[in-house]
Design a protein around this ligand. Sequence first.
Ligand code: 9WN
Length: 445
Amino acid sequence: MTTTTVPPETLAARAAYILRGNDIGELTTAAPQLYPHLWSWDAAFVAIGLATLSVPRAIAELRTLLRAQWRTGMLPHIVFGPDAGYFPGPDVWDCGVADTAPAGVRTSGICQPPVHAIAVRRVLDAGRRNGGTDRDLAETFAAETFDQWLAWHRWLATARDPAGRGLLEIYHGWESGMDNSPRWDQAYAAVVPGREMPVGRRHDLRHVTDAGQRPSDAEYQRYLWLVHQMHEARYDDDKVRDTVDFRMTDVFMSAVAALSSEVLAEIGDEFGRHAEAAELRALADRFRAGVLSTVSPETGLARDEDVRSGQRVDVPTVGGFAPLLCGGDERVVARQLDLLTGPLWCGHPALRYAVPPSATPELAGFQPRTYWRGPQWPFMNWLVWWTLRRRGATGLAAGIRTEALRQLSDLAFGEYYEPFTGEALGSAHQSWTAAVALDWLLTAD
Ligand code: 9WN
């Protein structure tokens, strides 16, 4: 059945064309102009989309990310390609000051949510479905790289959850992938740059139709100050934790870690890595318990915490749906499903498409055109769809898929969308947007 206003084959062909166009060899840029490099969690979704076209190419994308793995196990949030057009670029990050940075590749010094095991699962499934060489390549890839993904999860569990609370800490809003979400406003308000930061070097504002779609210069002052502080600490995990002015637990990242640890455990079992699979399941339990411990009895949403003050953040953003991703308590999940479909979220009467906005339209300070302060993000729709299906909520998942594809039928493949009008915003031809469309349209299960 056609679920879009353009034929699905047109949408798929266009999405494939965009991914191909953003492919610069060993990496697919997150977007052609705004983001001319590889971003960690984008690369996972990109690989999921690429797997529908070419299993070897999907594997190559993930291998590029893995080549940039730090000796600690961290997967960096950016792997820089040859293009100079992004700020802050490799000169600002200057990761050579760190003892543990990888050799021969330029990266940033922070991380992003660990969605990668889902990509490995999807690539493996695609290879097995196709059979022949694709199966061999995908199985070899999963077996060969298992230890690297495991190292990544172990690093998160130790460096980012030092007290074993089941809640991952982040030291920059960029690490959440939801850079200027209202989730972080309180924390950023307390970040006072010690000197003027070079925001004049920003490239991003040249690539959007109006500056209001991006974070402000005042926000960038703080973003750059935190990078400066991490650089001063030589990106040493312990030193960064003790010195940086932003130290938050991130419930959404913790839920992603629980989900991915569970997925990686399944892969481990398939390849006879039973001890490691058990370790990963224990991690999944730990992160799940951590996320559930933050759920507000009043709102039903999970809450981040300022580690220094112990203060919880009661701001209704999509991050609060962390328990939907990781599960663990049927009553909490049932309440979240009601919330998600209700009038504050996907069922809000003014939404053009019934997919989750990045913040509820009822939030004071909701901004429908600004980045993580209101717009809907297609990759997020895919992640919610995938986890809902995994948890058996197939009807609801199908509804999200239908609405998300309708939203993409303008063929712009926007970075994010204005929730009331459906206008594509931010970058056009965003890779992970094209990738999730391909997966929805070309993968049968
Ligand atoms: C900073 C690439 C990335 C995404 C993030 C999104 C945005 C970068 C930026 O773009 O962040 O990392 O410059 O705004 O917030 O989720 O991975 O698409």
